[in-house]
Design a protein around this ligand. Structure first.
Ligand SMILES: *[C@@H]1O[C@H](CO)[C@@H](O)[C@H](O)[C@H]1NC(C)=O
Ligand SMILES: *[C@@H]1O[C@H](CO)[C@@H](O)[C@H](O)[C@H]1NC(C)=O
Ligand SMILES: *[C@@H]1O[C@H](CO)[C@@H](O)[C@H](O)[C@H]1NC(C)=O
Ligand SMILES: *[C@@H]1O[C@H](CO)[C@@H](O)[C@H](O)[C@H]1NC(C)=O
Length: 360
């Protein structure tokens, strides 16, 4: 079915406007984005001491004007591509805005490289906005919106907006899986997961109380297969144990979301399961037109975060690589993943899949 029609149906279901209304005078969809380096669009550029920054070449080499922007990839993030598909601009980084700017009415991106569900995740990046920090900033945004358009219109805007949340990768990669950090020494995998889960329950609830209803949580990919983790194995293989922990995390969050959908009135939380899509891309790169999925396109700093070295050597054909650096997918891989993500928002027969619960 035509993507335009699918979009109209999707927008109708999530905005409460009928499909024929959407075509002409639809108020555009508002999105608020929370996350880590997989979704950041430049907040950390404003954190002078942060080591989780990517505002240097050759990050952005395939982005507009070939300029680094603070995105942790050579081109677009998955969020950028989803925004394109929704026909809206990708929301700007919160720290780039004057907090009272009118543009906040159209959506904001709070994502910050190195961030986690837990406050102490990514500690060694020195500066990053944890999920709690991001919600603090969002709370500020809700106050400004209320001051601008009044309580009632603001509540409507906040209830109808879509909230994309991608968190948890750093709680493993840059916290629990670092043997020298306290969380790794202190907790068993089950205890750590329980802590993440209860913190996340608090964070979802806090967003709900601030007006969020339609929240899409982006589940974790097979972190054991990213280049930085493979490099820890003797033969550059995926780390099976890490992938097991990720699957347990995903399954626990999915259950949490089911519970919250019952507990929180009118909440429409959704779990977007992308694990298998990423794994398929890694296992069968040629199926999607890629050649290499077991190492990064750029040469990386193996000590801090697996980012490309500044002015690193980059691979000849960036479209052939699933991974740009040792952590983040390339623009070409993000395009494939965004397609999969987006198509899951629609049932194949045109009915809308944006219903509470599970997607994927
Ligand atoms: C989170 O960590 C920051 C330092 O990065 C600290 O200033 C803040 O008080 C912590 N917040 C909580 C709730 O623990
Ligand atoms: C919060 O919003 C106020 C305007 O209401 C602004 O002056 C302030 O700087 C904002 N705080 C942050 C941390 O962005
Ligand atoms: C990646 O996989 C290819 C085979 O598909 C192999 O030839 C190559 O050595 C591997 N690279 C690394 C870094 O393991
Ligand atoms: C479309 O598919 C959904 C889920 O597969 C099903 O519940 C619904 O009844 C279908 N609608 C029509 C019109 O066939």
């Amino acid at each position: 079915m035509a993507i335009k029609l699918a979009l109209a149906v999707f927008m109708a279901a999530i905005t409460g406007i009928s499909a024929d209304q959407t075509s002409a005078t639809a108020p555009s969809l508002v999105t608020f984005i929370f996350g880590d380096s997989l979704t950041e669009v430049g907040n950390n550029n404003y954190l002078p001491y942060s080591l989780a920054r990517s505002d240097f070449p050759f990050y952005g080499i395939d982005y507009i004007n070939k300029k680094p922007t603070g995105r942790f990839t050579n081109g677009r993030t998955i969020g950028d591509i989803i925004s394109e598909k929704l026909g809206i601009p990708s929301p700007p980084p919160y720290l780039s805005l004057n907090p009272t700017d009118d543009t906040i009415l159209k959506g904001v991106n709070y994502a910050s490289g190195g961030a986690g569900i837990l406050n102490d995740t990514g500690l060694y990046f020195i500066q990053r906005m944890s999920f709690d920090d991001q919600i603090d900033y969002f709370e500020n945004t809700t106050k400004v919106i209320k001051a601008k358009i009044g309580e009632q219109a603001a509540n409507k805007l906040l209830n109808e907006a879509i909230y994309f949340i991608g968190m948890g990768s750093n709680d493993y990669i840059n916290n629990f899986l670092q043997p020298f950090l306290p969380d790794a020494q202190q907790y068993t995998p089950d205890e750590f997961l329980a802590i993440l889960n209860s913190k996340l329950a608090e964070q979802f609830t806090r967003l709900y109380l601030l007006g969020a209803r339609k929240m899409v949580f982006h589940g974790l990919g097979p972190l054991g297969c990213i280049p930085s983790q493979r490099a820890k194995s003797s033969r550059n293989q995926c780390l099976h144990q890490v992938n097991e922990w990720v699957l347990q995390f995903n399954s626990k969050v999915q259950k949490l979301i089911n519970v919250l959908n019952i507990k929180l009135k009118k909440a429409q939380l959704m779990f977007a399961d992308t694990y298998q899509d990423v794994l398929d891309l890694v296992d069968n790169p040629s199926k999607y037109g890629f050649k290499v999925s077991n190492t990064s396109c750029c040469n990386v700093d193996t000590t801090v975060g697996g980012l490309c070295l500044s002015n690193a050597k980059v691979c000849k054909n960036r479209k052939e690589y699933v991974f740009w650096d040792a952590f983040h997918p390339s623009d070409a891989a993000n395009a494939v993943l965004a397609d999969r993500f987006f198509s899951k928002m629609f049932a194949t027969n045109g009915s809308v899949a944006f219903a509470p619960g599970h997607m994927g």
